[in-house]
Design a protein around this ligand. Structure first.
Ligand SMILES: [Zn+2]
Length: 498
């Protein structure tokens, strides 16, 4: 009978847009279901990182998983700014206290994102790993899973042993990386894997909208990592694309390579991957065409007329969810059979709910805008309430109001930013996809999962307002305090390798 392995499981994830005016506060992490512990934590995301981790870990005999009380994603989703120091300290404080109380542990799994930004904590994931290490001791093993938009350097791996990062964008392989983390931990604890890592920062910073891995050269980067993993057993290659809307010192692209006690191989693979990315830097930054709001509506009308619908208009730059530029254009140009999902307006939703409004009631008010210049001006919508939906996935539990107006148009009003990624989210909210020719959504690349890679929409148009607002591809329009854009391609001319 082998020794029983005890692994603590923790979750603390956010992708923080530090330029947003609303902090991510303690209360944003607290809602029915969050924080979660025990089986509720282990079972909260069966198709994601956690699901893969738990499934694989439980395929080994003699492995005991302990779900430590952890916050799930904040109810604001990705639509909120700096995580407050209070929120970070309270949740990590509880985690550490519980680890002490329930220990000893042979290992820990940290289900993180990598682009959480916390006031006063420069590298929150590394800080969490450091505190967990202090409780578990030097002999335990710590593994993390990461989003490709994580902003990471070598610091996490100073305190933890292993990291496994999703390769594709949209994020198709979360489950797989969770499985790898479980197998890596069990093997390491049993003495069958000696994690040896090399990290290389590549001085490239890119907006996420260019990073779709469905096309070259981002797909080439994925393929090169997969090739290394295929030809060298026990090698794992992490490519962090980075998340430039977090103003943090470890932003930008990062390569991490994990091997089984082979530092020479780790170095060779890391240098190859970093060199490849650097040689492709110009192409990596030039993968997309972005249309103006007016042009995108003209092109959408043309596509519908030529039977090249459904059409997706993806407003990639809206970071608050309240941006109304496309809505304004659609109303003014009299488009028909168009779904706008969603416009964030917490006050409008609350007012409708509190009024006791019913399906079929008239609706006449201004919606959206106002939050800041990037949201634009509110737009008056006159129509009827068609239904009340709830969000799915990370927006689950949100109250949505569906308003019908004009010729077969529907606008969904939501209390928080919603990135529609899958068509089933719309179906779950009670909408019939065949009722619409044009789908206006607030998403950069995630939507390709349900609308593009799936074959749903033959016409995909990326849109941004004319000004370089918060979510812009023109990162030099943002005011960074914690990193120097000139240290990155394409904003400066950094030497690489340094
Ligand atoms: Zn991501």
């Amino acid at each position: 009978m082998p020794h029983l392995i005890r692994i603590a499981v923790l979750h603390f994830s956010h992708e923080t847009v530090t330029f947003l005016p609303n902090d991510t506060e303690l209360g944003d992490f607290i809602y029915p279901g969050s924080p979660a512990s025990g089986e509720a934590l282990l079972g909260f995301d069966p198709r994601g990182y956690m699901g893969g981790f738990v499934k694989m870990a439980r395929e080994f005999t003699g492995v005991d998983l302990v779900g430590i009380e952890s916050p799930l994603w904040p109810k604001t989703g990705t639509g909120s700014g700096w995580v407050t120091n209070e929120a970070f300290e309270i949740f990590t404080g509880k985690m550490i206290a519980q680890l002490r109380e329930l220990g000893p542990f042979d290992g820990a799994y940290l289900c993180v994102h990598g682009a959480m930004a916390v006031r006063g904590v420069a590298r929150p994931e590394a800080e969490l790993a450091k505190r967990v290490r202090a409780v578990l001791g030097p002999k335990a093993f710590i593994a993390g899973t990461f989003d490709p938009h994580g902003n990471e350097d070598e610091q996490f791996l100073v305190h933890a042993d292993m990291g496994f990062t999703v390769k594709y964008f949209p994020h198709y392989d979360c489950y797989l990386q969770g499985e790898r983390a479980a197998r890596g931990l069990v093997r390491a604890i049993r003495g069958d894997y000696a994690p040896t890592t090399v990290t290389v920062k590549v001085p490239i910073i890119s907006p996420t909208v260019v990073q779709w891995t469905g096309a070259s050269p981002w797909s080439d980067l994925v393929q090169r990592a997969l090739t290394w993993e295929a030809r060298e057993p026990d090698v794992f290659v992490n490519v962090f694309f980075g998340f430039p809307w977090s103003d943090v010192p470890d932003a930008g692209m990062t390569i991490q390579v994990l091997t089984n006690a082979n530092p020479t191989l780790a170095r060779r693979v890391a240098d190859d991957m970093a060199g490849f990315a650097w040689r492709k830097r110009e192409a990596l930054l030039n993968t997309i065409t972005i249309h103006s709001v007016a042009d995108s509506v003209t092109l959408a009308q043309k596509a519908v007329a030529e039977a090249k619908s459904p059409v997706v208009l993806a407003d990639y730059s809206d970071r608050s969810g309240a941006a109304t530029f496309i809505l304004r254009e659609i109303v003014d140009r009299g488009l028909s059979r168009t779904l706008i999902a969603t416009i964030t307006d917490a006050e409008a939703v609350a007012t409708v709910m509190e009024s006791g409004a019913k399906i079929g009631d008239a609706f006449d008010r201004e919606i959206g805008g106002r939050i800041d210049p990037s949201a634009g001006a509110p737009v008056r919508i006159q129509g009827r309430i068609l239904g009340f939906g709830t969000g799915t996935d990370r927006s689950s539990g949100q109250a949505w109001v569906h308003v019908g107006f004009g010729d077969g148009n529907v606008v969904i009003i939501s209390p928080f930013l919603v990135q529609i990624q899958e068509t089933y989210s719309l179906v779950a909210a009670g909408l019939a996809l065949e009722d619409f020719d044009v789908f206006v959504i607030k998403s950069r690349a995630h939507f390709r999962r349900g609308f593009d890679d799936s074959g749903f929409a033959p016409t995909i148009l990326l849109v941004e307002p004319p000004e370089p607002f918060m979510g812009t591809v023109r990162l030099d329009a943002l005011t960074y305090e914690n990193l120097d854009l000139a240290a990155f391609y394409p904003y400066g001319n950094p030497a690489f390798p340094a």
